[in-house]
Write a protein that binds this ligand. Structure first.
Ligand code: 6GU
Length: 226
């Protein structure tokens, strides 16, 4: 799988994708992540990528030319799924992240300013994605969130130390509580069942705890699963 990120801040993307699991995934050739500076594609001699909105109003709008040409050049002869980071998009969920793993090539455009020329949505964008109902200063953090959530789902990316076997949002449940040594930390004890060695009982306890935690913290997930 390959991600190409079109951004005015490539230096924000690079350090994050060259550490930890995303770095290891790239070293293993399971994913390639490339940041592209949008300003390298503008025909404007001052490297401008935005302009004032037709019809007036505050703020600036991202122009068509640099983004159209960047997408065309980066896509080349490959087929690519074009994602725009944008508060108007559908919110990223675990299900949506899983769906994105089906694409071999994803181009992510990081939105900025007051808005994006609507012709970019009309002609180039396959899918707009938001990461939640709050406003950010730009699309770089959302692009990183999308790539992180998707990359860890690619087979072979996670080792057995960080397994996908049972984790939050599987079957619309939060994960069960975990404990490690010591069994008694300054008088605060680990639940007995986890020390019992009875695998069946441990499993039942974890299932019940996951349900209880979900009811308490995210009852909306249980509603969604019906
Ligand atoms: Cl994708 N972009 C911006 N600017 N703000 C956001 C967002 C995206 N998702 C949540 N807030």
């Amino acid at each position: 799988m390959r991600f190409d990120v079109i951004t005015i801040f490539p230096n924000v993307i690079e350090p994050m994708v060259n550490e930890s699991i995303l770095k290891r995934a790239q070293d293993k050739k399971l994913v390639k992540i490339q940041a592209h500076d949008l300003r390298d594609y503008t025909e404007d001699k001052h490297r401008k990528v935005d302009d004032r909105p037709f019809g007036g109003g505050p703020g600036m709008v991202m122009c068509c030319q640099p983004i159209f040409d960047a997408v065309k050049k980066i896509r080349g002869r490959r087929k690519a799924h074009v994602v725009m980071t944008c508060p108007r998009g559908k919110t990223l969920t675990q299900k949506r992240a899983k769906r994105l793993t089906k694409h071999k090539n994803i181009i992510i455009i990081c939105g900025h300013y007051e808005g994006i020329d609507e012709r970019i949505y009309d002609e180039l964008v396959d899918e707009s994605v938001s990461i939640g109902d709050y406003v950010l200063t730009g699309g770089e953090i959302p692009a990183l969130v999308i790539m992180d959530a998707v990359t860890r789902l690619i087979p072979g990316v996670l080792g057995k130390e960080e397994s996908l076997d049972s984790e939050s949002f599987d079957q619309n449940r939060l994960d069960f509580p975990q404990y490690t040594r010591p069994a008694d930390f300054r008088g605060k004890k680990v639940p007995d069942v986890l020390l019992s060695g009875h695998h069946k009982e441990v499993e039942q306890w974890r299932k019940a705890q996951a349900l209880a935690l979900t009811k308490k913290h995210r009852p909306d997930l249980l509603k969604d699963s019906k």
